[in-house]
Ligand binder design. Structure first.
Ligand code: TA6
Length: 283
């Protein structure tokens, strides 16, 4: 029988502990951030840095799946928070459905939580998290106002790949990417391996990638995601990153379902848009 408990972390953050026959998960109300997901009988599918201290308002927890909204990356106004403000705000848990041990939870960020200087628009943003043996996130934006709004977004997923030197990421053939503000470069090979800082924004990318790691193969699929971000900070940036151990780069990679840069979403009045990603172990 699936259970859902609302608990308080020792450092004060509220979270939901979900246990079912199919999987277990933790979702922090700050940022509606999935911080842990483990299919029954398998290893956890998400990575979190042991350096994170689960403090409120620090840009979310370093790991799991932070929600980057209403912009991705650094804003042109350098004073504005990286990756938007949604991951620093407490979302409301507004819906629950359990069917055949599949748990679906819905969260929304109340307009009162919008930082109006950044987002003066009349919109609704919702995250649905579906927990079976697969983890699915659906980020929906609805334009309730009378003007078109534009946003960028990412589901910033961190994966436990065990050893970056032995990781092959596949499913990239024929895509293009920009990196460190340069490009676009053609991605001819289907696979990507890692031997330096990697921070690629892909476009024209297929809907499914796989991470072939020492821990097993993780399949990541995306829908309504015209961009995807592939990131490993490598040595030097790891030493600069907050809430991140110097050697954490060895064990993680991010592959993010996104709509960023030229793929920004323009939402006309009354329109809605849902970005989604599904994640599972393939073996
Ligand atoms: O998605 C990759 C990235 O934009 C990197 O450039 C790095 O900044 C990472 O996100 C983490 O950002 P954060 O603000 O969470 O430290």
């Amino acid at each position: 029988m699936a259970t859902i408990r609302q608990l308080t972390h020792t450092n004060g953050l509220e979270y939901l502990q979900i246990n079912s026959a199919r999987s277990e998960a933790r979702i922090f109300l700050q940022g509606a951030q999935v911080e842990h997901f483990k299919p029954t009988g398998k290893a956890p599918l998400l990575w979190v840095s042991s350096a994170d201290e689960y403090q409120p308002g620090t840009g979310g927890i370093r790991g799991g799946i932070p929600v980057c909204w209403p912009w991705f990356g650094n804003h042109e106004n350098s004073d504005w928070p990286a990756h938007g403000f949604a991951r620093n705000k407490v979302w409301d848990w507004v819906g629950t459905q359990v069917e055949d041990e599949v748990v679906s939870l819905r969260f929304t960020l109340a307009p009162a939580q919008f930082e109006r200087q950044y987002w003066p628009h009349d919109t609704r943003v919702e995250l649905e998290v579906v927990l079976s043996e697969t983890l699915t996130l659906k980020l929906t934006n609805i334009n309730l106002g009378n003007r078109t709004v534009t946003f960028t977004q990412a589901l910033h997923s961190y994966f436990p790949i065990g050893d970056i030197h032995q990781l092959q990421a596949s499913g990239f053939a024929n895509a293009k990417y920009v990196e460190f503000g340069a490009g676009p470069y053609p991605q001819e090979d289907d696979s990507v391996s890692f031997d330096k800082e990697t921070d690629r924004v892909y476009t024209q990318l297929g809907a499914v990638q796989q991470l072939h790691s020492v821990n097993g193969t993780i399949e990541i699929s995306r829908n309504n995601s015209q961009s995807a971000v592939l990131w490993n900070p490598w040595i030097e940036k790891s030493q600069r990153l907050s809430r991140f151990n110097d050697d954490d780069y060895l064990q993680m990679v991010c592959l993010e379902a996104a709509n960023v840069r030229e793929d920004a979403v323009n939402l006309a009045p009354g329109q809605s848009h849902t970005l989604s990603t599904s994640i599972r172990w393939l073996d």
